[in-house]
Design a protein around this ligand. Sequence first.
Ligand SMILES: [Zn+2]
Ligand SMILES: [Zn+2]
Length: 195
Amino acid sequence: MAKLPPYAVRLIDLPAHRTFEVPGELVSEWLKGLPMREALGRPAEDPEAGAGHADLELYVDGAHAFAAGTFKGHLHVACSRCVNQARLEIDDRVRVTFLPKHEMPEDNTAAEAGDEGAEVNEEDLDVFPYEGEHIDLESLFREEFVLAIPYAPLCREDCKGLCPQCGTDLNSGTCTCEKPIDPRLAALKGLKLTS
Ligand SMILES: [Zn+2]
Ligand SMILES: [Zn+2]
């Protein structure tokens, strides 16, 4: 019998209540290549990258499988202002459907724009494909981490960032640089000088 992936559950074992742990090494692997992760300069398999805990009810109805429950965790990325470590919390309600691969809508946007009576129309209903005799929760868990990262993560709401001239972290120190001049004002000054 072929060995199943770590987060695979056989359909024949459902319904079931299952819990899963996601270790930091896996989180760092999933977030590899994201600029906000790379900026931290952490090792490739970083146990401190984050962690996750899923508590799920899994069940089947015909060829469709469902997972409902909670996903909690955290992850570390670089602050978009000061490049120090920013901790992001995940506390999500999970409600997803697994469809056999051939039943997946070919293009989600096309499906939304098309028939109003489409079978899957709940706005927040996540759908994942599965093949064979098991569902694999890995893509669901991976998505929890990737979607937890905002466009511009902050280490804290009022992060002061780095001085644009000398690079001093203004959260922990001060510098003697003059305040940067608004480029529009600088242009005006230039005009005055040449006139
Ligand atoms: Zn910061
Ligand atoms: Zn400075």
